[in-house]
Ligand binder design. Structure first.
Ligand code: MG
Length: 357
């Protein structure tokens, strides 16, 4: 199997020896295994369609899309018969197996055109959103910044519920924000985060793991980053090295941030002064194993005193219980029933977990 990630550990993990990037333990729980095998099974037809759309001009597009589906469906059937057929089963493992089936058909980034379109759409809303944020006093400003991340995070083409919303054109950033779960959220440590972030010079260096393209990054994580830049915090924005679903990649993030710097002096100054740096995470999945990050990120993350992990896959499915050596904020919208059950929550509830160092 070609798995591109390395074997480098994020230096901020509190107890590396016991680190296990599987909040949802599918190995011990047959019901959870069934649930997640069904999630991946139901998602195969979406990938099939994405492959057809992406390989538009290729004469063998149908053949390659069919080969992907057949190969991955066979793997899922093997796993239903014996969940150890490919080693210990986990969400990470299922993502790796699916990615390999795509690579076998030489399909590298089937969501590319959707990501580009969604970035362009979200960028049109960004100037007004920044004006709105800048006019807000505290504590409303940080609250709105976090709510923006929740609302943007609904653009997720890894979940059946949000795929259906996307396909029916029903995803609207402002409407989603208006209709967000009222506080207290399913996990709600916002007040603790807020009291820390509003102290003078709260953080020297922050590492931010971003999730999806479109509204998620442009209207969620970018404004949050901007507010942290205002606090003179050194910021490392880290995105996937390789494509995974509709997650923004490092290369795409460079283009996006360079573009935003032409519109916003805070970003322009931060890039010039290297207060803001972009570093590829080494990851190639919509979830993340913090022991498989890039050596560059591990080096750069030394001495960070704030870690922000955004998005359901990274923050909830794989790292919800992970303890780090620095203050950690995990923020996501909940879009799978199994994740909702884990948090005693409902679908589309939101989670804001803040763990002080
Ligand atoms: Mg994602």
């Amino acid at each position: 199997m070609i798995h591109t990630s390395t074997n480098t550990i994020l230096p901020l993990i509190a107890d590396v020896g016991s680190y296990h990037p599987n909040t949802i333990n599918m190995v011990k729980n047959a019901a959870a295994r069934d649930y997640w095998l069904n999630v991946f099974d139901n998602h195969t037809h979406t990938h099939h369609q994405r492959i057809l759309d992406t390989l538009d001009d290729a004469t063998d597009a149908q053949q390659r899309a069919d080969a992907f589906s057949e190969h991955f469906n066979n793997i899922l059937a093997e796993l239903r018969a014996d969940h150890t057929a490919h080693g210990p089963i986990s969400i990470i493992k299922l993502c790796q197996l699916r990615r390999q089936c795509l690579l076998d058909q030489n399909v590298l980034d089937p969501y590319k055109s959707i990501k580009d379109d969604e970035n362009a759409t979200a960028l049109k809303l960004l100037p007004d959103l920044l004006t709105e944020i800048d006019a807000l006093p505290q504590p409303d400003r940080w609250l709105t910044l976090i709510q923006n991340c929740f609302a943007g995070n609904i653009f997720d083409l890894g979940c059946e519920a949000t795929i259906n919303l996307y396909n029916s054109g029903e995803i609207d950033f402002h409407k989603t924000r208006q209709q967000l779960q009222p506080r207290p959220w399913a996990v709600d440590n916002f007040d603790n985060f807020h009291s820390k972030i509003t102290q003078p010079n709260p953080y020297n260096k922050a590492v931010l793991f971003v999730d999806n393209a479109g509204a998620d990054i442009v209207l969620g994580m970018i404004p949050l980053t901007r507010e942290l830049l205002r606090l003179n915090t050194q910021i490392i924005l880290t995105a996937n090295t390789h494509p995974a679903l509709n997650d923004i990649t490092h290369t795409e993030l460079i283009d996006l941030v360079n573009h935003i710097a032409t519109l916003d002096p805070i970003f322009a100054d931060a890039l010039d002064s290297q207060q803001l740096t972009l570093i590829p995470s080494g990851n190639d999945l919509p979830v993340i194993d913090m022991t498989q990050i890039s050596p560059e990120l591990a080096d750069a993350a030394q001495n960070a005193d704030l870690l922000i992990i955004e998005g359901m896959g990274r923050a909830l499915e794989t790292n919800f219980d992970t303890r780090f050596t620095c203050d950690t904020l995990k923020i996501a919208m909940i879009k799978e029933q199994d994740v909702a059950d884990l948090l005693n929550a409902q679908l589309y509830n939101v989670a804001c977990r803040f763990d002080p160092a």
